[in-house]
Write a new protein. Structure first.
Length: 264
């Protein structure tokens, strides 16, 4: 009997950034590589076939997703991107932006038939602007969005979910131990949350980061709020299939990193 195809995961982590002239333009991202290695190991333990790549240019990042269109896939495709970024884009190690809409278009049902019916799930650890969240709670039900702030949301194709480390316009934090967002994801993959439907898992991650973490050092007290956007038509359980019966295990209380935070 043939073995079922394993779901695939692509993990991209950029830590060192230089322009075409060889000048360092963006700050090195301490702690990001080790964090990505831990995430790759966690996904492997959940029966994902993981490809981990380090320091890729903008063009090379696009090529990596293009290559996925020619591979065999299991039930899910998961991708984690850890890099510097801005609203709607992440940066290659050459400091050039890669539009997220370009990545989504490469993997759309029109351009990538092998993933047309499979849920595509992204976790993106990158800044989306330069604003800092001071932890003030605001009522926004009656407010209007900033012009163009939802433009990238509307371009997310069907059967795709994206979880950003922070809200539009805000910065994401990283220290030598890792990032608030991906550390919370690591805890979830190791604990009971891996058994949850993706939407509920995302809610747990929101709470873990928003209430359990805050920046230290120069950005003492600043907070971060992840953002989940989905066009999935049904509930999916991307991390529970390989868990031994997916028993409910107690999860450790989320903790903020002890190191000084840096904006990405």
């Amino acid at each position: 009997m043939s073995q079922p195809r394993r779901s695939r995961a692509l993990v991209i982590v950029n830590t060192d950034f230089c322009s075409r002239d060889g000048d360092e333009v963006l700050r090195a991202r301490r702690g990001a590589k080790r964090e990505a290695e831990k995430l790759s190991k966690a996904l492997s333990q959940l029966s994902y076939e993981v490809k981990l790549v380090h320091n890729r240019t903008a063009k090379e990042i696009e090529d990596l997703y293009q290559q996925e269109c020619g591979r065999e896939h299991g039930d899910y495709f998961v991708s984690i991107i850890s890099s510097h970024g801005e609203e709607g884009a992440v940066f290659g190690c050459d400091c050039r932006p890669v539009k997220l809409t370009r990545i989504f278009r490469i993997l759309s049902s029109q351009n990538c038939l092998v993933l047309a019916e499979r849920p595509k799930i992204f976790f993106i650890q990158a800044c989306r602007g330069g604003a800092l969240d001071q932890g003030v709670f605001l009522e926004t039900d009656s407010g209007q969005p900033e012009p163009g702030s939802f433009s990238d949301y509307l371009r997310i194709p069907p059967n795709t979910a994206v979880m950003f480390a922070c809200s539009p316009g805000y910065g994401a934090f990283l220290n030598p131990v890792g990032s608030m967002f991906l550390q919370a994801l690591l805890r979830a993959l190791d604990g009971e949350e891996r058994c949850l439907a993706l939407g509920r898992l995302a809610t747990r991650l929101n709470g873990a980061v928003a209430f359990g973490c805050q920046a230290r050092g120069a950005y003492e007290g600043c907070k971060q709020m992840p953002c989940f956007v989905t066009n999935l038509p049904r509930e999916v359980f991307p991390f529970s299939a390989a868990s031994e019966s997916c028993r409910l295990l107690p999860s450790p209380a989320p903790q903020g990193g002890p190191e000084e935070e840096e904006r990405q």
